[in-house]
Design a protein. Structure first.
Length: 267
């Protein structure tokens, strides 16, 4: 069972803010970002690389399970790549070892083909069919079938390090949008149904995040070197770490902002 933790009634602070334009590829750090009701962070999981036919229709986008795409849970070599997405041009640039290996406008057939060619030539052992760069316009290739913002409590990450006998755990293993400090370890898991206030923005916590083998991959070395989900299961009786929130009120958020658990208004 989860160890008893003080309720997350105290204010937390955003210390890290990231988006992931292409599912499975490089986290991109942000300083400030607008949140819009019912949406993800801008361009978060806007694209994915289909690993074999999935039936995804960009004209009528519907959620598909992550097993349909290249992903760190099975394809740890993705962490060797350093990708950057430019919002103005829609160009994705992929580097490996400091050298540009692929670049293309993800909103054009030619640009997508350039990225697909790289994966065709370099990821054959992992491929179940021709890799296809999918664009869903306003769709999010999230692990869950709703548009969410993922939040990791850094004190829970520290607790995992203790479970692992003091082994350092890079927070980016969890591929969250928001990293916060100030809440007691694991107290965030009890926030489901609560509302978080960040400036004018409001997020309703809708779900715990069940961790998958992607967290076993070191985002720096691309090595599968830890067993985080089994460790959580052994110590806590579940594999949850982090929470998903749905944006229910617009607002801009950024590094250093406070995250407060909004208390229900008394009638």
């Amino acid at each position: 069972m989860t160890p008893a933790a003080k309720p997350a009634s105290q204010t937390a602070e955003i210390t890290g803010l990231y988006r992931y334009p292409v599912k499975g590829l490089t986290p991109e750090p942000l300083r400030r970002v607008p949140l819009r009701t019912g949406q993800t962070l801008p361009a978060d999981r806007r694209y994915a690389i289909e690993n074999g036919p999935s039936g995804f229709d960009p004209e009528q986008p519907e959620w598909k399970p992550k097993i349909q795409f290249l992903m760190l849970a099975r394809n740890e070599r993705l962490a060797e790549l350093d990708s950057r997405f430019d919002d103005a041009s829609n160009v994705l640039t992929i580097r490996r070892g400091g050298e540009t290996v692929a670049s293309g406008d993800l909103e054009t057939a030619a640009g997508r083909a350039a990225i697909e060619r790289y994966f065709t030539e370099n990821f054959q052992p992992e491929l179940k069919g021709p890799p296809k760069l999918l664009s869903g316009r306003d769709h999010s290739f999230s692990d869950v079938a709703r548009k969410v913002v993922s939040i990791i409590n850094l004190n829970s990450v520290r607790a995992i390090e203790t479970m692992l006998g003091g082994t350092a755990v890079h927070p980016l293993r969890f591929r969250a949008n928001l990293y916060v400090t100030g809440w007691p370890a694991w107290s965030e898991l009890d926030l489901v149904g609560q509302t978080l206030a960040i400036g004018q923005a409001r997020l309703k916590v809708v779900k715990r995040i069940v961790r998958c083998p992607a967290t076993n991959v070191d985002p720096v070395t691309a090595k599968r070197d830890l067993e985080i989900p089994p460790t959580l299961s052994r110590h806590l009786g579940h594999m949850d770490c982090g929470i998903y929130g749905e944006v229910i009120a617009d607002g801009e958020i950024g590094i250093g902002d406070s995250v407060a658990v909004e208390q229900p208004k008394l009638l």
